[in-house]
Design a protein around this ligand. Structure first.
Ligand SMILES: [Zn+2]
Ligand SMILES: [Zn+2]
Length: 337
Protein backbone atom coordinates (compact mmCIF):
# COMPACT_ATOMS: atom_id res chain seq x y z
CA UNK A 1 0.00 0.00 0.00
CA UNK A 2 1.19 3.50 -0.82
CA UNK A 3 -0.74 6.63 0.26
CA UNK A 4 -0.14 8.35 -3.11
CA UNK A 5 -1.54 5.40 -5.00
CA UNK A 6 -5.18 5.39 -3.97
CA UNK A 7 -5.96 2.16 -5.81
CA UNK A 8 -3.50 0.39 -3.49
CA UNK A 9 -5.43 1.25 -0.33
CA UNK A 10 -8.98 1.88 -1.61
CA UNK A 11 -9.69 -1.29 -3.51
CA UNK A 12 -12.71 -2.60 -5.39
CA UNK A 13 -13.50 -6.20 -4.52
CA UNK A 14 -16.42 -8.57 -4.62
CA UNK A 15 -18.39 -6.59 -2.00
CA UNK A 16 -17.57 -3.14 -3.41
CA UNK A 17 -15.26 -0.37 -2.27
CA UNK A 18 -12.89 -1.35 0.57
CA UNK A 19 -10.54 0.78 2.68
CA UNK A 20 -7.59 -1.53 3.49
CA UNK A 21 -5.80 0.47 6.24
CA UNK A 22 -9.20 1.07 7.92
CA UNK A 23 -10.53 -2.47 7.49
CA UNK A 24 -14.01 -1.45 6.33
CA UNK A 25 -16.18 -1.30 3.22
CA UNK A 26 -18.11 1.76 2.05
CA UNK A 27 -21.71 1.04 0.92
CA UNK A 28 -20.97 -2.64 0.20
CA UNK A 29 -23.59 -4.41 -1.90
CA UNK A 30 -23.40 -7.65 0.06
CA UNK A 31 -22.97 -8.49 3.74
CA UNK A 32 -19.55 -7.70 5.26
CA UNK A 33 -17.98 -7.49 8.70
CA UNK A 34 -17.52 -3.68 8.86
CA UNK A 35 -19.44 -1.20 6.71
CA UNK A 36 -19.57 2.58 6.59
CA UNK A 37 -22.87 3.61 5.03
CA UNK A 38 -23.35 6.95 3.25
CA UNK A 39 -27.17 6.93 3.32
CA UNK A 40 -30.18 4.66 3.70
CA UNK A 41 -31.27 4.20 0.04
CA UNK A 42 -31.47 0.51 -0.75
CA UNK A 43 -28.67 0.50 -3.33
CA UNK A 44 -26.24 1.80 -0.68
CA UNK A 45 -27.59 0.36 2.59
CA UNK A 46 -27.96 -3.40 2.42
CA UNK A 47 -29.03 -5.74 5.20
CA UNK A 48 -26.81 -8.24 6.99
CA UNK A 49 -23.58 -6.40 7.87
CA UNK A 50 -22.05 -7.28 11.26
CA UNK A 51 -21.05 -3.70 12.16
CA UNK A 52 -22.31 -0.46 10.66
CA UNK A 53 -20.99 3.06 11.10
CA UNK A 54 -23.27 5.86 9.88
CA UNK A 55 -25.09 9.00 11.03
CA UNK A 56 -27.85 8.55 13.64
CA UNK A 57 -30.43 9.44 11.01
CA UNK A 58 -29.16 6.82 8.56
CA UNK A 59 -29.10 4.17 11.29
CA UNK A 60 -32.72 4.98 12.21
CA UNK A 61 -33.83 4.83 8.58
CA UNK A 62 -31.97 1.53 8.02
CA UNK A 63 -33.64 0.03 11.08
CA UNK A 64 -37.06 1.09 9.79
CA UNK A 65 -36.47 -0.18 6.25
CA UNK A 66 -34.42 -3.33 6.92
CA UNK A 67 -35.59 -4.42 10.37
CA UNK A 68 -32.15 -3.82 11.81
CA UNK A 69 -29.17 -1.71 10.74
CA UNK A 70 -26.56 -4.33 11.68
CA UNK A 71 -26.38 -7.84 13.10
CA UNK A 72 -23.82 -7.20 15.86
CA UNK A 73 -23.46 -3.50 16.44
CA UNK A 74 -23.95 0.03 15.18
CA UNK A 75 -21.95 3.15 15.82
CA UNK A 76 -23.36 6.62 15.18
CA UNK A 77 -21.06 9.39 14.06
CA UNK A 78 -22.30 12.98 14.00
CA UNK A 79 -21.48 15.30 11.09
CA UNK A 80 -17.95 16.63 11.48
CA UNK A 81 -16.83 14.26 14.27
CA UNK A 82 -13.51 12.52 13.73
CA UNK A 83 -13.04 8.85 14.45
CA UNK A 84 -9.95 6.69 14.30
CA UNK A 85 -10.78 3.43 12.49
CA UNK A 86 -7.79 1.12 12.14
CA UNK A 87 -5.01 3.30 10.74
CA UNK A 88 -7.26 5.93 9.14
CA UNK A 89 -9.41 8.79 10.42
CA UNK A 90 -13.01 8.91 9.28
CA UNK A 91 -15.33 11.91 9.19
CA UNK A 92 -18.90 12.16 7.89
CA UNK A 93 -19.98 15.45 6.32
CA UNK A 94 -23.36 16.42 4.84
CA UNK A 95 -24.07 15.29 1.27
CA UNK A 96 -27.39 17.17 0.93
CA UNK A 97 -29.08 14.12 -0.64
CA UNK A 98 -31.60 12.78 1.93
CA UNK A 99 -31.94 12.80 5.73
CA UNK A 100 -28.69 11.60 7.30
CA UNK A 101 -26.80 11.39 3.99
CA UNK A 102 -23.06 11.81 4.35
CA UNK A 103 -19.85 11.96 2.39
CA UNK A 104 -17.18 9.77 3.92
CA UNK A 105 -13.88 11.60 4.41
CA UNK A 106 -10.94 9.23 4.89
CA UNK A 107 -7.44 10.37 5.77
CA UNK A 108 -4.37 8.16 5.67
CA UNK A 109 -0.75 9.28 5.87
CA UNK A 110 -1.38 12.81 4.69
CA UNK A 111 -3.74 11.88 1.84
CA UNK A 112 -7.44 12.60 1.83
CA UNK A 113 -10.16 10.75 -0.06
CA UNK A 114 -13.81 11.80 -0.12
CA UNK A 115 -16.48 9.25 -1.04
CA UNK A 116 -19.53 11.36 -1.79
CA UNK A 117 -22.25 8.72 -1.95
CA UNK A 118 -25.19 10.41 -3.70
CA UNK A 119 -25.29 14.19 -3.40
CA UNK A 120 -26.87 17.40 -4.60
CA UNK A 121 -25.97 21.06 -4.24
CA UNK A 122 -29.46 22.58 -4.50
CA UNK A 123 -31.41 23.63 -1.41
CA UNK A 124 -33.45 21.06 0.48
CA UNK A 125 -35.33 22.08 3.65
CA UNK A 126 -35.18 18.51 5.01
CA UNK A 127 -31.42 18.12 5.40
CA UNK A 128 -28.27 20.22 5.83
CA UNK A 129 -26.58 21.38 2.62
CA UNK A 130 -23.71 19.59 0.88
CA UNK A 131 -20.42 20.56 2.47
CA UNK A 132 -17.44 20.91 0.17
CA UNK A 133 -14.27 19.16 1.39
CA UNK A 134 -11.00 19.73 -0.48
CA UNK A 135 -9.35 16.40 -1.20
CA UNK A 136 -6.83 14.47 -3.29
CA UNK A 137 -9.27 11.80 -4.45
CA UNK A 138 -12.98 12.48 -5.00
CA UNK A 139 -15.33 9.55 -5.58
CA UNK A 140 -18.47 10.86 -7.25
CA UNK A 141 -21.83 9.52 -8.36
CA UNK A 142 -22.97 10.13 -11.95
CA UNK A 143 -26.73 9.49 -12.01
CA UNK A 144 -27.48 12.57 -14.16
CA UNK A 145 -24.05 12.98 -15.73
CA UNK A 146 -25.04 14.24 -19.15
CA UNK A 147 -25.07 17.90 -20.17
CA UNK A 148 -28.79 17.61 -21.07
CA UNK A 149 -29.62 17.17 -17.39
CA UNK A 150 -30.29 20.52 -15.76
CA UNK A 151 -32.66 20.21 -12.86
CA UNK A 152 -33.65 23.86 -12.48
CA UNK A 153 -35.39 25.23 -9.44
CA UNK A 154 -37.52 22.83 -7.40
CA UNK A 155 -39.62 25.75 -6.14
CA UNK A 156 -40.76 26.45 -9.68
CA UNK A 157 -41.89 22.83 -10.04
CA UNK A 158 -43.85 23.05 -6.77
CA UNK A 159 -45.48 26.23 -8.08
CA UNK A 160 -46.69 24.20 -11.10
CA UNK A 161 -48.33 21.70 -8.77
CA UNK A 162 -50.02 24.48 -6.75
CA UNK A 163 -51.26 26.11 -9.96
CA UNK A 164 -52.75 22.83 -11.14
CA UNK A 165 -54.54 22.41 -7.79
CA UNK A 166 -56.19 25.80 -8.30
CA UNK A 167 -57.05 25.00 -11.89
CA UNK A 168 -58.54 21.57 -11.15
CA UNK A 169 -60.06 21.81 -7.65
CA UNK A 170 -62.16 18.66 -8.17
CA UNK A 171 -59.26 16.38 -9.03
CA UNK A 172 -57.08 14.46 -6.60
CA UNK A 173 -53.45 15.21 -7.50
CA UNK A 174 -51.69 11.90 -7.14
CA UNK A 175 -47.92 12.53 -7.09
CA UNK A 176 -45.46 9.66 -7.48
CA UNK A 177 -42.52 10.09 -5.10
CA UNK A 178 -39.74 7.87 -3.81
CA UNK A 179 -40.38 7.02 -0.19
CA UNK A 180 -37.10 8.17 1.28
CA UNK A 181 -36.14 11.72 0.46
CA UNK A 182 -38.32 12.90 -2.39
CA UNK A 183 -41.54 12.40 -0.44
CA UNK A 184 -40.43 14.50 2.52
CA UNK A 185 -38.68 17.13 0.40
CA UNK A 186 -41.82 17.67 -1.68
CA UNK A 187 -43.94 18.00 1.48
CA UNK A 188 -41.46 20.48 2.98
CA UNK A 189 -41.34 22.49 -0.26
CA UNK A 190 -45.15 22.63 -0.36
CA UNK A 191 -45.17 23.90 3.24
CA UNK A 192 -42.50 26.51 2.41
CA UNK A 193 -44.72 27.67 -0.44
CA UNK A 194 -47.52 28.23 2.08
CA UNK A 195 -49.59 25.09 1.39
CA UNK A 196 -51.20 24.31 4.77
CA UNK A 197 -53.84 21.68 3.84
CA UNK A 198 -53.44 18.09 5.05
CA UNK A 199 -51.33 16.01 2.66
CA UNK A 200 -52.51 12.44 2.07
CA UNK A 201 -50.06 9.54 2.07
CA UNK A 202 -50.07 6.05 0.62
CA UNK A 203 -49.39 3.63 3.49
CA UNK A 204 -45.90 2.76 2.21
CA UNK A 205 -44.72 6.34 2.79
CA UNK A 206 -45.71 6.80 6.42
CA UNK A 207 -42.75 5.19 8.21
CA UNK A 208 -40.02 7.34 6.63
CA UNK A 209 -42.08 10.49 7.25
CA UNK A 210 -42.27 9.59 10.94
CA UNK A 211 -38.50 9.23 11.13
CA UNK A 212 -37.99 12.61 9.50
CA UNK A 213 -40.37 14.11 12.08
CA UNK A 214 -38.52 12.37 14.92
CA UNK A 215 -35.41 14.28 13.75
CA UNK A 216 -37.33 17.56 13.94
CA UNK A 217 -38.13 17.95 10.24
CA UNK A 218 -41.59 19.54 10.25
CA UNK A 219 -43.97 18.14 7.66
CA UNK A 220 -47.30 19.60 8.84
CA UNK A 221 -50.60 17.69 8.79
CA UNK A 222 -50.29 14.25 7.15
CA UNK A 223 -53.20 11.82 6.74
CA UNK A 224 -53.50 8.27 5.42
CA UNK A 225 -55.04 8.22 1.93
CA UNK A 226 -56.58 4.81 2.50
CA UNK A 227 -59.86 5.23 4.32
CA UNK A 228 -60.18 8.93 3.52
CA UNK A 229 -63.58 9.95 2.09
CA UNK A 230 -63.74 10.65 -1.66
CA UNK A 231 -65.05 14.12 -0.93
CA UNK A 232 -61.96 14.90 1.21
CA UNK A 233 -59.60 13.84 -1.57
CA UNK A 234 -61.06 16.17 -4.21
CA UNK A 235 -58.43 18.80 -4.91
CA UNK A 236 -56.06 17.22 -2.40
CA UNK A 237 -52.37 16.31 -2.75
CA UNK A 238 -51.97 12.53 -2.47
CA UNK A 239 -48.44 11.13 -2.39
CA UNK A 240 -47.78 7.55 -3.47
CA UNK A 241 -44.82 5.39 -4.47
CA UNK A 242 -44.15 5.49 -8.25
CA UNK A 243 -45.42 1.92 -8.63
CA UNK A 244 -48.84 2.91 -7.24
CA UNK A 245 -49.60 5.90 -9.45
CA UNK A 246 -50.45 3.88 -12.53
CA UNK A 247 -52.29 1.01 -10.88
CA UNK A 248 -55.69 0.36 -9.40
CA UNK A 249 -54.76 2.17 -6.20
CA UNK A 250 -54.86 5.60 -7.84
CA UNK A 251 -58.01 4.82 -9.81
CA UNK A 252 -59.90 4.92 -6.51
CA UNK A 253 -59.04 8.60 -6.23
CA UNK A 254 -61.62 11.12 -7.48
CA UNK A 255 -60.67 11.94 -11.11
CA UNK A 256 -56.96 11.40 -10.39
CA UNK A 257 -54.48 13.75 -12.03
CA UNK A 258 -51.17 11.93 -12.15
CA UNK A 259 -47.93 13.74 -11.38
CA UNK A 260 -44.44 12.43 -10.74
CA UNK A 261 -41.54 14.18 -9.00
CA UNK A 262 -38.18 12.95 -10.29
CA UNK A 263 -35.05 14.12 -12.05
CA UNK A 264 -36.03 11.71 -14.84
CA UNK A 265 -39.04 13.88 -15.66
CA UNK A 266 -36.64 16.01 -17.73
CA UNK A 267 -36.92 13.16 -20.24
CA UNK A 268 -40.38 13.57 -21.77
CA UNK A 269 -40.49 10.01 -23.06
CA UNK A 270 -40.21 8.72 -19.49
CA UNK A 271 -43.14 10.88 -18.37
CA UNK A 272 -45.26 9.69 -21.31
CA UNK A 273 -44.30 6.07 -20.71
CA UNK A 274 -45.55 6.30 -17.14
CA UNK A 275 -48.72 8.11 -18.18
CA UNK A 276 -47.76 11.19 -16.19
CA UNK A 277 -49.89 14.26 -16.89
CA UNK A 278 -47.86 16.64 -14.74
CA UNK A 279 -44.12 15.86 -14.72
CA UNK A 280 -42.22 17.69 -11.95
CA UNK A 281 -38.45 17.87 -12.41
CA UNK A 282 -37.28 17.58 -8.81
CA UNK A 283 -34.09 15.63 -8.22
CA UNK A 284 -32.08 14.68 -5.16
CA UNK A 285 -28.99 14.09 -7.32
CA UNK A 286 -26.52 16.59 -8.72
CA UNK A 287 -27.13 17.57 -12.34
CA UNK A 288 -24.34 17.95 -14.91
CA UNK A 289 -23.39 21.47 -13.81
CA UNK A 290 -23.33 20.54 -10.13
CA UNK A 291 -21.22 17.43 -10.80
CA UNK A 292 -18.60 19.24 -12.84
CA UNK A 293 -18.55 22.26 -10.49
CA UNK A 294 -18.13 20.00 -7.45
CA UNK A 295 -15.29 18.02 -9.02
CA UNK A 296 -13.53 21.29 -9.82
CA UNK A 297 -14.08 22.77 -6.34
CA UNK A 298 -12.76 19.74 -4.45
CA UNK A 299 -9.37 20.34 -6.07
CA UNK A 300 -8.98 16.57 -6.49
CA UNK A 301 -6.39 15.42 -9.02
CA UNK A 302 -7.99 12.04 -9.17
CA UNK A 303 -11.73 11.36 -9.59
CA UNK A 304 -13.46 8.01 -9.50
CA UNK A 305 -17.01 7.59 -10.77
CA UNK A 306 -19.24 5.06 -9.02
CA UNK A 307 -22.55 4.72 -10.83
CA UNK A 308 -24.65 6.29 -13.52
CA UNK A 309 -23.52 7.68 -16.85
CA UNK A 310 -19.77 7.33 -16.40
CA UNK A 311 -18.60 7.91 -19.98
CA UNK A 312 -19.45 11.58 -20.39
CA UNK A 313 -18.20 12.48 -16.93
CA UNK A 314 -14.94 10.55 -17.37
CA UNK A 315 -14.39 12.34 -20.63
CA UNK A 316 -14.89 15.67 -18.86
CA UNK A 317 -12.55 14.65 -16.02
CA UNK A 318 -9.78 13.75 -18.44
CA UNK A 319 -10.30 16.85 -20.58
CA UNK A 320 -9.80 19.02 -17.50
CA UNK A 321 -6.46 17.37 -16.71
CA UNK A 322 -7.53 15.00 -13.96
CA UNK A 323 -7.08 11.32 -13.65
CA UNK A 324 -10.41 9.50 -13.98
CA UNK A 325 -11.55 5.98 -13.33
CA UNK A 326 -14.90 4.19 -13.65
CA UNK A 327 -15.50 1.92 -10.69
CA UNK A 328 -18.47 0.13 -12.27
CA UNK A 329 -19.73 -1.06 -8.89
CA UNK A 330 -22.43 -3.62 -9.23
CA UNK A 331 -25.82 -3.43 -7.58
CA UNK A 332 -26.34 0.30 -7.93
CA UNK A 333 -29.61 1.42 -9.46
CA UNK A 334 -30.85 4.78 -10.56
CA UNK A 335 -34.21 4.14 -8.95
CA UNK A 336 -34.60 6.59 -6.10
CA UNK A 337 -33.72 9.68 -8.05
ZN1 LIG B 1 -29.44 7.74 -2.89
ZN1 LIG C 1 -27.24 5.77 -5.43
Amino acid sequence: MHPERFESWLTVGTHGLYCRPGGFHIDPHSAVNRAVITHAHSDHARAGHDHVLATRETLALMKARLGSAAKLGTQALGYGERLQVGDVTVRLVPAGHVLGSAQVVIEWRGRRAVISGDYKRSADPTNPPFELVRCDLFVTEATFALPVFTHGDAKGEVAKLLKSLKQFPERAHVVGVYGLGKCQRLIALLREAGYAEPIYLHGALAACCQIYESFAVELGALKPATGAKREELKGAVVLAPPSAIADRWSRRMPDALTAFASGWMRVRARARQRGVELPLVISDHADWRELTRTIHETGAHEVWVTHGREDALLHHIQLTGRQGRALALIGREDEES
